[in-house]
Design a binder for this molecule. Structure first.
Ligand code: PRX
Length: 651
């Protein structure tokens, strides 16, 4: 196993923040010896407190923990104001639009834009501390301004990915009881304009909406229907706003944002992150894992609608005073050389993307990196799903020119920031392996039955056994779901610990390889999707009696969505292709294009136990084309398995 290790680049390591495994181990030991001392010292060093905290960690009401009680801070101040003295003319955000339009926003310019935006929200919309603001935006600088403006005045933002449908948007607005929605008229994709505001109109159309006001950034100058008294143009209102707005002093544990994510059951849950712990870890992981230096340019290709965009496009980079690239376009458009052209042009030093993107770039543009001068690259990152060794190898050799570390960062919406990842100057890396927990994160693979830490070569559940600053603080409006979702499955020494939902295995050297979800969550192109949500959408079709959705390995997306559907009646099903289309249209309407099924099989029945439980493991094996190893004799109707198998073979 050890021969597969790639050692860190020596030249790079010399100047890295964490230079070798001794330094890594020292930090790990420091956290083990004095956990609160470790975190308290970093919180003092990294955060520009308005008032110091008086207590590091309060676990009396675990799993509802409190970090840095007594402290007051403001995240927008941490990300902008404190840099003005030394970095006012430094690029904070480099924006590249879909059509190649560019904008460089300095820290001083960002300060003015965010302050004006904050004043607009306060003065024109009456937004106050604690109010929820939904942001449904394309990848344009105003999206970042909106986030930071909320943070500045203490409003809680909840970003909904622009690819979600009106229904999905409505659910999230209602659950968060949002008072305001910030959107844009539209944006561009592959140079063609598309609309967003009509989706907001549809989401609010039903009445009884908590939303009082909608703010529209006019990006495309589209003709829109404006609802009088509800809809306002950002471009108009912003004109006369003052560029000075005091940063609201926030308690360490006041909520900063909500971000809805899929679980194994029920509707998406509003993951809540709070102020101090989140921003501390966002900043520390930026510094440690990407090792961004003062003059570096860093690019993360995610969308701000996902946690990666929150922590590693906006909050983390700005908190540390870095230059972050924000990209509206599609990385394979006009061709698969687009990212490398951008790396050359902006002299990008750290590049962070998802395995799905790497697979697409590899497949459609294997030789593209060599056409550009990408020698500025120092660190490459991957996130969101397991990366397969061939894609890793291409990324390492062709993009990283065999000199850049690949940081395979493992984390989740709930963890706020990375929890298991190599450090580019210290950790010998192994293809497709997230390696070791970061210092301060007590990440362990546990046996779910006994709570014992498993040994080398053994697999178990990926857990974090002590609370850490950027961990999820709650599921919005549902404390019981918080406990049940994350602290119900694994106990260590009799104490419930945080379980990620992922399986993992230890290598000989303690390296952690994530093996994927153990629950009914699937990971499509690095986007998390609950099979229950897709099933609920499919069930809305009039002719669907029963449905089971599973993941199936997909060459590009990592996992594809495979649906087994039992129809109520064959009558009226003139054409299966039409039926598939009709069902997919419902999915698009209920969730969005990202949840459309890759495969659909109209099955004669589903494999169920006599108590009526659907045997998903059998369905997963069939979807993968694997032999069935489970005992099917106890099923309600064993013959259904063979029938489905034959149908799938014909798919
Ligand atoms: O299954 C793990 C997978 O993505 C899930 C988290 O999804 P989400 O909350 O949407 O956040 C994605 C971006 C952080 C995890 O439970 N995952 C994330 N990173 C990795 C990964 N699987 C394998 N390797 C990774 N590096």
């Amino acid at each position: 196993m050890l021969q597969e290790l790639y050692q860190p680049n020596k030249e790079f390591a010399k100047n890295a923040r964490i230079k070798n495994m001794c330094e890594y181990n020292e930090l790990v030991d420091a956290a083990n010896e004095d956990y609160e001392g470790f975190w308290g010292a970093f919180a003092n060093e990294k955060i520009d407190w308005f008032e110091p905290f008086t207590n590091v960690l309060n676990e009396t009401n675990a799993p509802f923990v409190k970090w840095f009680e007594g402290g007051k801070l403001n995240v927008a101040h941490q990300c902008i104001d404190r840099h003005i003295e030394s970095r006012k003319n430094k690029a904070a955000i480099i924006f590249e639009g879909d059509r190649g339009d560019k904008q460089i926003i300095t820290y001083l310019e960002l300060y003015y834009q965010v302050n004006k935006f904050a004043n607009l929200l306060k003065e024109d919309f009456g937004v106050k501390k604690g109010d929820r603001v939904v942001i449904y935006m394309p990848m344009i600088p105003e999206a970042a301004y909106a986030m930071l403006a909320c943070a500045r005045i203490g409003a809680i933002h909840s970003i909904v990915f622009g690819g979600f449908s009106a229904e999905a948007l409505r659910d999230r607005i209602n659950d968060a009881e949002a008072k305001v929605v910030i959107t844009a008229d539209g944006a561009y994709r592959k140079t063609k304009p598309y609309m967003l505001k009509p989706v907001v109109d549809e989401a609010l159309a039903e009445g009884n909406s908590p939303v009082e006001k909608v703010l529209v950034v006019e990006r495309n100058n589209e003709d829109l229907e404006w609802v009088a008294g509800r809809d306002y143009s950002y471009n108009e209102l912003i004109k006369d706003k003052s560029p000075e707005c005091p940063a609201e002093p926030m308690d360490s544990e006041d909520p900063l944002f909500l971000l809805y994510t899929s679980g194994s059951t029920g509707k998406p849950k509003g993951v809540q992150h709070n102020q101090a712990g989140y921003i501390l870890w966002a900043q520390m992981t930026m510094e440690w894992v990407f090792d961004v230096k003062e003059n570096d340019t860093y690019w993360c290709t995610a969308d701000i609608g996902w946690i990666t965009g929150h922590t590693y496009i906006v909050y983390g980079p700005l908190a540390m005073g870095a230059t972050t690239v924000m990209f509206e376009g599609v990385i394979t458009y006009p061709d698969a050389g687009r990212p490398w052209k951008m790396v050359e042009e902006y002299k990008i030093n750290q590049f962070y993307t998802a395995p799905t993107a790497i697979r697409v770039l590899h497949k459609t543009g294997e030789n593209e990196p060599a056409k550009y001068d990408i020698s500025s690259l120092k660190v490459l990152g991957t996130v969101g799903e397991p990366i397969d060794p061939p894609a890793w190898k291409w990324y390492y050799e062709e993009v990283g020119q065999s000199k850049c570390a690949i940081v395979d960062t493992y984390w989740q919406t709930e963890t706020g920031g990375h929890i298991v990842s190599p450090l580019p100057g210290a950790t010998p890396i192994k293809p497709a392996c997230a390696t070791l927990p970061l210092p301060g994160i007590i990440g362990e693979i546990l046996d779910p039955e006994t709570g014992r830490k498993v040994g080398a070569g053994e697999s178990g559940y990926m857990c974090v056994t002590r609370p850490w600053p950027s961990m999820i603080r709650g599921v919005w409006g549902d404390p019981e779901r918080f406990i049940k979702s994350y602290f119900g499955d694994v106990k260590k020494d009799g104490k419930a610990v945080y379980f990620t939902g992922d399986g993992a295995v230890y290598g000989e050297n303690g390296y952690i390889t994530i093996t994927g979800r153990t629950d009914d969550v699937i990971n499509v192109s690095g986007h998390r999707m609950g099979t229950a949500e897709v099933e609920a959408a499919i069930k809305k079709h009039w002719n669907v009696a029963e449905v089971a959705v599973v993941g199936k390995p997909h060459e590009i997306k990592g996992e594809g969505i495979f649906a087994y559907i039992v129809l109520k009646s064959d009558e009226g099903v003139a054409d299966e292709v039409e039926e598939v289309k009709a069902i997919n249209n419902i999915i698009k309407k209920e969730i969005g294009n990202i949840a459309v099924c890759d495969d659909m099989v109209f099955a004669p029945g589903l494999p169920k136990t006599r108590s009526g439980k659907i045997m998903r493991r059998i369905l997963r094996s069939i979807a993968k084309g694997e032999p069935i190893t489970q005992d099917i004799s106890t099923l309600e109707d064993p013959s259904v398995v063979e029938k489905i198998e034959n149908m799938v073979k014909g798919v």
